[in-house]
Ligand binder design. Sequence first.
Ligand code: VGL
Ligand code: ZN
Length: 257
Amino acid sequence: LLDTNKDGKLDFSEFKTAWFYWLRQVLDCKSALIVVDMQNDFIDGSLAVRHCPAHEDGTDIIPTINHLLDAVSFDAVVYTADWHPANHCSFVDNVKLREIHDTSKIKADSAQVMDTVVFASPEKFEQKLWPTHCVQDSKGAELHPDLKVVDDHILIRKGLDPDVDSYSAFWDNMKKSATPLVSELAKRHITDVYICGIATDVCVEFTSLDAIEHGFRTVLIEDACCGVSEEGIQGTKTKLKKAGAVLVQSAEVPDLV
Ligand code: VGL
Ligand code: ZN
């Protein structure tokens, strides 16, 4: 299991790193709240989530998130924001801007929201299509005005590359590049992340799975999330539990002082 170094001695350095990491998680946990994509377009704009079984729309979860921010002393608060250029590959209206691969079931002139297209350039990639949303510097891309924004927060923008989508706040969908999120959390010695926001079955799910992969203890605050579809949300819950996340209600989040 352990490698020997060049003198033939056992190399404990990796073991030591892992052990210190876990010790710190147990003895000195620090928590961050990650507020995912609470932007106008997802709440009452072009891609508003309205089929979530638990909520009328995204405005329903704003008081819950604001209450968490007031009542719980998180060591860091992260707001993420979808931040697309106007020619982004995920917009149904932009299908005509790119070459479509032969294996794609849809053509540029028949592309619909929620269809999946296969583009041929700049490389072959599959893309789910959405209405135009969260265009950089637009009103729709702003955080909702009723959402509490705490001082000293971390803002993570994602989806800036026109040719790759980015559901997770850690990585783009093809893992071509990382956002600064993991280094911002590491800098603050964060061990536990609590995740809320929109959409449960898209960006919240991808962000949570990447948080687990990075080794954070990951808690999804169910009633502080709003999703696209009922089946999608069920699928997310199953996947996250299997991956090792803990699912809680906002009232169960302890004050972390
Ligand atoms: C999202 C669809 C497209 C999200 C972002 O924030 O969940 N969904 N882009
Ligand atoms: Zn998007």
